[in-house]
Design a protein around this ligand. Structure first.
Ligand SMILES: NC(=O)C1=CN([C@@H]2O[C@H](COP(=O)(O)OP(=O)(O)OC[C@H]3O[C@@H](n4cnc5c(N)ncnc54)[C@H](O)[C@@H]3O)[C@@H](O)[C@H]2O)[C@H](O)CC1
Ligand SMILES: [K+]
Length: 484
């Protein structure tokens, strides 16, 4: 799993490391890694490095210092380097001196546009982890000039104008082709993938001083290791039987999608219980379908909610399932029932794992306010309030556990914004809960498989939840291929 640390933790660790590292050494390590990445992009985009033109947008802090030192390193490779100084009198002195010694030039923001217009690559060294609030006018103007030209932007540490700890964007901001970050990933790198572009991590020896991550991102290899694969001694029961309580006679679709997702996700048995039994049975003959949850046989986990309605019958179904003493993934209508009358949760034995999968609107019903800009904090608050794992859906899905663990999913386009996509996700979560995975890991892995299947089903054109279900095996094959 990839570790992600907040800027506060990064700064603490950097201060510790700075105290034991020769003055300026950390910055030169960072800047050398940055220069290497810029040179690689020049070679990629213009088939040459020497003679190409790089423009540095330089703020008044160490982020600007990184950019200036990188400019000095690029000068050694024959690159023409021009630094546009936002605050000439506050630009990093040692970095600026190094750039000038190496034959680079510096200009004021007034001359910025003419140099930016001729750049092959623009380096955004305006602000890094000490950014506060939206970009100040002069910086915003420079960013707007850079966004107007063809040249790709390389962000130093993180794209300026994007909140380093939440990835929130408020006003003009850099959209980078590549972000070169130092020491460790910050939340922005996982929460704002469009603004960061491809993220390159430069090791500056920070990791040993960092301690436990604040956030995690599952790699495909982590999922490969977690996904249940039947062995010789397995049978249809031993891999975990998941029960699906979803849909109604009027709305069988959610039942078909959630059940289908569970069938595709694992080889274990899937039971369905509800009024859509005939439709589900016809579509998925593998499924043992009954008309009511009280008739359903033993399961190791339940999925409940999509299409069950929010009336007394839906509530009775939810209450019955919560009292079965097995992990439950409550989604859609079940979320609304819990938000309206949380005493329904009293049916749950303490310690019975519960996973809630709200989108922003359902989150608002659960919490009385929207998730806001800091989505890991929002998911953690809901996880604590409901003593449940909370999978907060969004472009970047965040999964938080009551113990504070939080993971950020890797979005792969927005193809999942299609009707029924949530039903497919909840079937995936339930299958992994039935297989006995830690509920936070189950929800985190399901979110990743869901987004991977979405990308595979879409192949860059709109897709549908049914196609998403059919793409689950391809997603799992891709994941398993990473572990060989
Ligand atoms: N510590 C190290 O040696 C290393 C640091 N690295 C790089 O340093 C930056 C963090 O540098 P810092 O000096 O703390 O601040 P910044 O350069 O990020 O920005 C502060 C600077 O920007 C101005 N500012 C703040 N908010 C805004 C805004 N909204 N609009 C415009 N300007 C803003 C503020 O006034 C300050 O002057 C880190 O990101 C790395 O790039 C490397 O990691 C190497 C080791
Ligand atoms: K930056």
């Amino acid at each position: 799993m990839q570790g992600i640390w907040t800027t506060e933790r990064i700064r603490e660790a950097e201060d510790g490391l700075l105290a034991v590292t020769p003055d300026g050494e950390l910055m030169r390590r960072a800047a050398f890694g940055l220069a290497t990445q810029v040179a690689a992009l020049l070679a990629e985009r213009t088939a040459a490095v020497s003679g190409r033109r790089v423009v540095l947008l330089v703020g008044s802090g160490n982020n600007g210092g990184d950019a200036l030192w990188a400019g000095a390193f690029l000068r050694r490779r024959g690159v023409s380097v021009t630094a546009v100084l936002l605050s000439p009198d506050k630009a990093h002195p040692a970095g600026l001196a190094a750039l000038r010694r190496a034959g680079g030039r510096s200009v004021s923001t007034a001359d910025g546009p003419q140099w930016i217009a001729k750049a092959d690559v623009v380096v955004d060294g305006i602000v890094g982890i000490s950014a506060r609030g939206s970009l100040r006018p002069a910086a915003a103007q420079l960013v707007e000039q850079a966004e107007q030209v063809e040249a790709p932007v390389v962000a130093v540490d993180l794209p300026s104008g994007v909140d380093p700890d939440t990835g929130a964007v408020d006003g003009p901001h850099v959209t980078a082709t590549r972000t070169v970050t130092f020491g460790a990933l910050k939340p922005v790198h996982a929460l704002a993938p469009q603004e960061c572009g491809e993220v390159a991590l430069v090791d500056i020896g920070l990791r040993p001083s960092l301690g436990e991550p604040d956030l995690y991102r599952l790699e495909l290899a982590d999922i490969a290791g977690a996904w249940p694969v039947p062995g010789p001694e397995d049978d249809k029961y031993s891999q975990g039987v998941v029960g699906i309580a979803a849909g109604s006679a009027a709305y069988p679709g959610a039942a078909v999608l959630a059940s289908g997702s569970a069938v595709r996700a694992t080889a274990g048995m899937v039971r369905y219980a509800g009024h859509a039994a005939d439709v589900v049975r016809a579509r998925w003959p593998e499924i043992v379908a009954t008309g009511s949850v009280t008739d359903a046989g033993r399961v190791q986990a339940w999925v409940v909610g999509p299409g069950i309605g929010t009336g007394t019958e839906g509530r009775d179904v939810l209450s019955h399932i919560l009292g079965q003493g097995v992990p439950v993934c409550a989604d859609a209508d079940a979320t609304t029932i819990i938000a309206r009358s949380s005493e329904v949760l009293d049916a749950r034995d303490p310690g019975t794992p519960l996973v809630l999968t709200p989108h922003a609107g359902e989150y608002e019903r659960l919490m009385g306010h929207g998730p806001g800009a800091d989505r890991p904090a929002a998911a953690r608050a809901a996880a604590k309030k409901y003593d449940a794992v909370v999978l907060l859906k969004g472009h970047c899905t965040v999964v938080a556990a009551p113990d504070g663990r939080a993971s950020v999913n890797t979005p792969r386009g927005s193809w999942l914004a299609t009707a029924g996509s949530g039903d497919v996700l909840t079937g995936l979560v339930g299958s992994l809960l039935a297989a006995g995975l830690d509920p936070w890991l189950a929800a985190s892995a399901a979110a990743q498989v869901h987004s991977l299947a979405g990308a595979l089903a879409a192949e860059d054109v709109p897709t549908s939840a049914s196609a998403l279900v059919d793409a689950i095996p391809a997603a799992l094959r891709l994941i398993r291929a990473t572990s060989h």
